[in-house]
Each structure stands twice: as structure tokens, then as C-alpha cells.
Design a protein around this ligand. Structure first.
Ligand code: SF4
Length: 357
């Protein structure tokens, strides 16, 4: 038996004993694999389970997703981060309906043409649902392979990827067991054993084949580019209400948000004197200058992070004495409807702070 076969057998044995009974692992249709791989990518699985369950309940198949709207899909995707993913899922479903009657193709070339399906998700669908012998190369697998094969190259370097792919091609070309299980075994090993810091090599089923462990250099791999420095931001929100209605605006293009509904706001960045406003035309919000409100109040600041931006969110509540007219970017909504519109996690935090104050 060669080393590839031993790695395969050891990993699958380990996986069968240790795999998590996550609900999305039952009844593995390409649709469910697609949605769960996209939604869980680079997210903490436990925190994403409930939102994912909700999404799959609202949209159980390609057809239901394809006939929905962007706003509804983004709302159903709340709690799963990165809203561009939600929009791309909708585009993907529409594409599948149009070109494949909602049925997934089973070739890599066709799958990666579908919006939101990249090589990682295509490989997951092909191996898990169609038993194709193809390896998934996500962040977990890259970390394992950097150590297993002792690759001293930056993790996104083309030569790093090529080395990983060469290894996966050899491994998967001779696989005897289930290729979907082997991919999931790698991914789960990365979550539980070969973790970013202090990997648990004593309990690793493939430690006999690991060059980094032999050299005792597992903690220096993988090699990553140095991180961008943090930027401090103050983000000021205005919760404007008149009787039982609240004013929200469409964020067409703002530093952190695009195509979301939320409370009007502006942000100031460290090392910059210029504020960025969520509204294009300050005259839309003249109440800020004219004291056109009955009372105002500020909430305790809230901390939030978006990539390398360390944000302090300041919430100002203004009780207006008249309604500002709606336009395509401004909308008054009843209190009990507001959560249907708020999809960005920053806005949800602000709204929760308001409700709890
Ligand atoms: S032996 Fe350690 S470093 Fe190597 S693959 Fe296993 S957990 Fe990762």
C-alpha cells in the first residue's frame, strides 16, 4: 500500500469516527451543498447553523430561490455575512433555471460558469454529490497541505496552489473510497486537529506522513502575507422617528455598505479630515441643521469590525416633529416591519441597541 492509500484510509477512518452530525450533511443534493458551502465559507459553522437552516427553509430549491427578489434573498441571508454572496446565489439560481431547468450540471467546466460557484464549490458539489474524483482546496485544506508537504511558499502564491493541486490529483486519482468523504475529512481535520495555531499532531491521523511535524515546524506554516494595519473609524447613525415610523435609506454606495437599507449615517476615518456620508444630498436631511426635531438622545457606543476597520458605532436618536418626504432612497417604515429591511450586521446591532435602550 502506498502513502496516498494510507492517507486516504487513515483520514476516512478518522472522519467516520469524528464527523459532526450537522443537519446540512443529510440528504446531500447539489443545491444544498452549493448553498451550505457558499454560506459557511470562512464563517464560524456553529454561529451560521441557524441562519443557514432558515435560508434553506425559505428557499428549499433552485426554483424557489430563482423566483425571489434581491431584497428578500438578502434578508433571508442575514447572519451569514458577506451579502454579495446572497446576491450571487440569486444570480446563480436564475442562471440554473434559465440554462439547465434548475438541474445542476455535473462537469467542472459547466459548474464554474454559474454565478457564485468557484472552483472550491464546484469541487465540493462534484465530489459530494456526483462522486467525482476531485479535491477541494479551501483554507483548511491549504493549511493542512502546507504542513503535510512542507510548502514554504506564501499560501496564495501560484506555485503553492500548483503543489497542492498536484498532490490532490495524485491522491484522488487512486482513491478507493468516497471522494466526497475524503474532501470533508480534510476540511474537518483542519477545523478540529490541524488548526491555525497549535495543531494537535498527537491525535492527527496523518501525522506519520507530515513533513512539518517531523521537522517540528508546524507552527510556522502556512506562510501568509503580513496583515493590513487596523484603521480606526467612528460611524455615526441617525435613528429618526416620527410617531411609530422610522426613516431608512437605501445605501447605493458607501464605504462599508452597498445596496442595503439602513439608518442614515456618516463615518470619519482616522488620519482623514473628510467625513463620508451615506446620503448624497445633505439637503435630504435638513433636520440635522435646522433642529427640526423635538428631542434627541445618544446611545452607548458599540464596537464593530469590518475587515481591518475597527469601528466605534455612535447612535443618535431624533424624534422628529414632521415627516421628511419619501423618495426612491428614503423610506418610512413601521417599527414592526423594520427588521425586514435591515440586513447588514452593523445596522442590526444598532437597531438591537435602540430596542434595548
Ligand atoms: S501532523 Fe500536525 S501539522 Fe501535520 S497535518 Fe497533522 S495536525 Fe497538521
Amino acid at each position: 500500500m502506498n502513502n496516498y492509500s494510507k492517507i486516504e484510509i487513515n483520514l476516512i477512518e478518522w472522519f467516520n469516527k469524528n464527523k459532526e452530525p450537522w443537519f446540512f450533511r443529510k440528504d446531500r443534493t447539489p443545491y444544498k451543498v452549493w448553498i451550505s458551502e457558499v454560506a459557511l465559507h470562512q464563517t464560524r459553522i456553529n454561529a451560521a447553523l441557524e441562519p443557514l437552516k432558515r435560508f434553506l427553509t425559505i428557499y428549499p430549491n433552485v426554483h424557489s430561490l430563482a423566483k425571489s427578489t434581491e431584497e428578500k434573498v438578502m434578508n433571508a441571508f442575514r447572519g451569514l455575512g458577506y451579502y454579495n454572496r446572497a446576491k450571487n446565489l440569486l444570480r446563480g439560481a436564475v442562471y440554473l433555471e434559465k440554462y439547465y431547468d434548475g438541474i445542476f450540471p455535473d462537469t467542472f467546466e459547466e459548474l464554474i460558469k454559474i454565478p457564485s460557484i468557484g472552483s472550491y464549490t464546484a469541487a465540493a458539489i462534484l465530489s459530494i454529490c456526483f462522486q467525482k474524483k476531485i479535491g477541494v482546496l479551501d483554507g483548511n485544506v491549504k493549511r493542512i497541505l502546507s504542513r503535510l508537504l512542507f510548502i514554504e511558499k506564501e499560501i496564495n502564491d501560484i506555485s503553492f496552489i500548483k503543489t497542492c493541486e498536484k498532490f490532490q490529483n495524485s491522491l484522488f486519482s487512486q482513491i478507493k473510497l468516497n471522494s466526497g468523504d475524503l474532501n470533508e475529512a480534510f476540511m474537518e481535520l483542519g477545523q478540529k486537529i490541524c488548526t491555525p495555531k497549535n495543531p494537535d499532531c498527537d491525535n492527527c491521523p496523518i501525522s506519520d506522513f507530515c513533513f512539518a511535524q517531523k521537522k517540528n515546524k508546524q507552527n510556522i506554516l502556512p506562510i501568509r502575507k503580513t496583515k493590513k494595519e487596523n484603521i480606526t473609524v467612528d460611524w455615526h447613525f441617525f435613528i429618526l422617528h416620527y410617531e411609530n415610523k422610522f426613516l431608512i435609506q437605501k445605501y447605493n454606495s458607501f464605504c462599508f455598505l452597498k445596496h442595503h437599507w439602513g439608518f442614515p449615517s456618516f463615518s470619519s476615518f482616522e488620519n482623514s479630515n473628510e467625513n463620508k456620508y451615506s446620503f448624497d444630498n445633505i439637503n435630504e436631511l435638513t433636520f440635522l441643521k435646522k433642529n427640526n426635531y423635538i428631542e434627541s438622545k445618544s446611545l452607548k457606543p458599540i464596537k464593530h469590525s469590518i475587515t481591518h476597520h475597527k469601528i466605534t458605532m455612535h447612535t443618535n436618536i431624533l424624534n422628529l416633529n414632521k415627516v421628511i418626504k419619501n423618495n426612491e432612497n428614503l423610506l418610512w417604515v413601521n417599527e414592526n416591519e423594520i427588521t425586514k429591511y435591515l440586513t447588514a450586521s452593523a445596522m442590526i446591532k444598532v437597531w438591537r441597541a435602540f430596542k434595548n435602550n
